[in-house]
Design a protein. Sequence first.
Length: 254
Amino acid sequence: MSSKLIAIVGPSGTGKSTSIRSLNPKETFIINVARKELPFRGAEKLYNVESKNYMEVDDIPQITALLGTINEKAPHIKNIIMDDAIYAMSFLMMRKANEVGFNKFVTLAKDVTNMLTTARKLRNNLKIFYVTHSETIEDDGRIVGQKIKTIGKALDNQIVLEGLFTIALYTHVEENKDGIPVYSFVTNRYRNYPAKSPMGMFEDTLIPNDLQTVCNIIDEYYQDDVAPMVLATNSETKTEPKTEPKTTETKETI
């Protein structure tokens, strides 16, 4: 099997980067695209250039090359975080602002596709987290869905980012009965979130925004010894009662 590519998607301030806090810095490499501070205590001591687990890179081909270098020369690294990945696209478009025509969008689509397909072909004990922003989908002024944010329709016509991910977790924030915000990941389609994951990977639709928990669940899922599934005939199919997704409350400061 090859490496696992996971999208972590949501608006700013909903716990995407904060979810990195529980990962082991000795096994994690952060590619900081936006060059902004990490939002958890002690981050600069845990992740820095001197520790060889942190770099600030916003050029897509350079990110792709860095993925290959980590894969080959840092066997102790098990998690790669591409934080604020959308800015790699945004910064490139700013640099090419004076260019006319659609060639720049075709080039961008090729670079992004190459980066993400490369991320899926690395060693099998690597997980690559593509941490990025979401955007809303509206119809007649109503929000009817969400998607992974890009730099616009010109790129969307070239590539559908969601199709490159088997696992896409969306952030969800909701206040509990005491008015304290609870930060979660959505693991499968829920309300207007188009989250997705392999069948049976996550027991709950809402889980704490904790990437180490996500890693543990993914490892357990793919390492399990499971007998082949036998599909029931129509007469044997049973309808399970619908249940509301469970929410695990975690107090979070962002």
